[in-house]
Design a binder for this molecule. Sequence first.
Ligand code: FAD
Length: 447
Amino acid sequence: GPSIVWLRDDLRLADNPALRAAIDRGERVICLYVLDEESAGIRPLGGAARWWLHHSLESLASGLRERGASLVLRRGPAERVVRETARDAAASAVFWNRRYGGPERTVDTALKTALRANGVEVASFAASVLFEPWTVKTGTGAHFSVYTPFWNACLRLPPPRHPLSEPHEIAGEPRPPASEALQDWGLLPHRPDWAAGLRERWEPGEPAARRRLREFLASDIEEYDRARDEPAAGATSLLSPRLRWGELSPHTVWHETIAAGRGGRFLAELGWREFAWHTLFHFPDLASKNLRPQFDAFPWPPLRPDLLRAWHEGRTGVALVDAGMRELWSSGFMHNRVRMVAASFLVKNLLIDWRHGEEWFWDTLVDADAASNPFNWQWVAGSGADAAPYFRVFNPDLQAKKFDAGGRYVAKWAPEHLSHEPLEPIVNLAETRRAALDAYAHVTRSA
Ligand code: FAD
């Protein structure tokens, strides 16, 4: 019978080991995507993520069509839907690339057992991280909680495999199981249509991802090392949503980077992505629980919804924060340096629990993923792995002076800050910083 490739966070044809295994098996191939908003613990996608997913699936479907195959779309709890699809298609094999989140692994394990019990061949592959979490261990066999030794240990392992080539032809099933229509999934915003800024900035899908990688690698390498922290410089790769959706594999990025003679600094950033997934694998509650439990004693004041809202909308009166939050709302993205400053401001000046910020980013970032987003929020808050010490409170004005000296970034996203008298921040930065440090002293005392 035919082979099913169940695609998840790997919406690509090149370097896709599950797809390659199905092609090599020599039977007809059925590619399946399941929109799973029902399985226990699976976090529903945010709005910006749904927008990206819609377009990336469209692109994938057309890539498959050109090669002779089609994409079957189904909605529902994945374990049931994949089993039903396998049964309807009389499939004799199901392949997928592994996921590393807790609820996702539960689904995949249950499915593997159920399919095998029905005599279906099942195999899963490493494709979404360079180093699978269980392969990176300390000398005593534990997992790492500090980045630098983690990354050094990764670099001592056998290097990531070379990417698999892209299939030019796929023997699709002539009568594939019925597919739902992408349009019926309602992944795109309806009314209001908030996606104009996303359409303007991004082109989802594998072909555009590959173009962007090539363009980035052809640009000046010194520019990345020198200007990666300057939000107006446009020096970073903008690959995060492409990696999030698997339009590019990290293996492809890794090897093409080395082949282009680029190196350390950029690859070390990919290392942070690896570390975030490593951390999530060992701590599946990363989005809901403090990694360091002593932070559970943090005396958060009662939530001020007005302050949270002002932060959402980029109306805090702090230039760099407002610019970042507007960039996020309008384009589904925010530069890394500004993410750190905006996150620090929420936690340490507005004294709002990092989980509220994480949720907003989850809903608005096109690159939001289950590992990097909570990992970085906990890093900023000081509750996470290898976190910035809590007492390191960014001063957003000094950050703006240092990294947006010419004011180009603020001019683009929050120009009123430049054309008026200095705006009044919604909270007093010095006072709130002191209050945050007092609250933090409470955590260290109770530890
Ligand atoms: P580049 O500088 O070109 O880096 C190359 C790649 O390395 C990125 O595409 C990304 O895959 C990876 N990377 C770089 N920095 C980090 C990091 N700190 N953590 C994990 N991976 C990293 N990144 C996400 O991909 N998804 C998220 O949901 C996310 N949420 C964040 C939340 C906060 C509060 C902060 C401070 C950072 C967050 N980041 C997240 C990390 C980082 O901001 C983005 O990966 C980066 O801005 C993407 O831009 P780029 O691709 O141009 O980065």
